[in-house]
Each structure stands twice: as structure tokens, then as C-alpha cells.
Ligand binder design. Structure first.
Ligand code: RB5
Length: 148
């Protein structure tokens, strides 16, 4: 199960992502917003990040104007590895090496077509595991230390 959300700056791309997930018949929940009125990205980023953090969904996709605000808020949540990507290579690496469980995109940086292409790369790329898992374990340990 995936969760998707945006702010007004990412709304158009988020709607296209919803259409892609429907087309691929992937189960997802759209956590908003429902229109282009100005909203605060932390509110919508937190919905998806909280669901990923608690294991209520497997992964998420967030879109704001630059992707920066959504990345900052999502990475405040335990167990979240949110990756802001700008091209095919970073989209691929975010999964192969970082096993990013939230993909973050900038709706004012990418065209809708470019953004959809990056979602496809992220969805279709497997995590490599191996040496990369040791590094993710280190991140998890630092996270645990900070939280205690
Ligand atoms: C909203 O104007 C804009 O700040 C937001 O979409 C995002 O780019 C923040 O990082």
C-alpha cells in the first residue's frame, strides 16, 4: 500500500501520480489535498510520513514546489527514509542504495512528464541490500540514539 500527498505547489503532479497508480492498479491512499488552494506542506507531509513510520503503508510519495520542505518534514519521522530526487539516476539510487521509503519530488522543478518518469523508475527499481543494509542499519541506530 502506498500513500501520496502534496501541497498546492505539487498538486498537479500529485494528481498525475494518482492516475499512474490507478493505471498500474497499485493500492494507494490519497492523503490530499483535494484542490489547488494554498495549504501548508508540513501538514500533508506529516500524514504520509506518519503512516510510513507506523507501518500503516509500505511507502509514500510526496510533492511540494521544490520537494525540500516535504523532505525536511518527512525525515523527522522514525523509520522514514525520504529521498528528494531530480533525475533518473537519483531516483534509481534512492531505491538501490538507500531503499527510500518515501519518494519526494519538486512540482515546480519537474514537468509532469518528468515527474511521472521518476516515479516509474523508483517503483520499478529493487533495493540492492548487501553492504547498503549495513549503512541503513547505522542510520537506524543513530535515529534510536536520538530518540532515547
Ligand atoms: C510553497 O509555496 C512552497 O514553499 C512549497 O511548495 C515547497 O516548495 C516548500 O519546500
Amino acid at each position: 500500500m502506498l500513500a501520496v500527498a502534496s501541497d498546492h505547489g505539487g498538486f498537479e503532479l500529485k494528481q498525475a501520480i494518482v492516475a499512474l497508480l490507478e493505471e498500474r492498479q497499485l493500492p494507494f491512499t490519497d492523503m490530499g489535498p483535494t484542490g489547488t488552494d494554498s495549504v501548508d506542506y508540513p501538514d500533508f507531509g506529516a500524514k504520509v510520513a506518519d503512516a510510513v513510520s507506523k507501518g500503516e503503508v509500505d511507502a509514500g510519495i510526496l510533492v511540494c514546489g521544490t520537494g525540500i520542505g516535504m523532505s525536511i518534514v518527512a525525515n523527522k519521522f522514525q523509520n522514514v527514509r525520504a529521498a528528494l530526487v531530480h533525475d533518473r539516476f537519483t531516483a534509481q539510487m534512492s531505491k538501490e542504495h538507500n531503499n527510500a521509503n518515501i519518494l519526494v519530488l519538486g512540482g515546480r522543478i519537474l514537468s509532469v512528464e518528468e515527474g511521472i518518469e521518476l516515479v516509474k523508475v523508483w517503483l520499478d527499481t529493487p533495493y540492492e541490500g548487501g553492504r547498503h543494509q549495513l549503512r541503513l542499519d547505522k542510520i537506524h541506530n543513530y535515529e534510536q540514539e536520538q530518540g532515547s
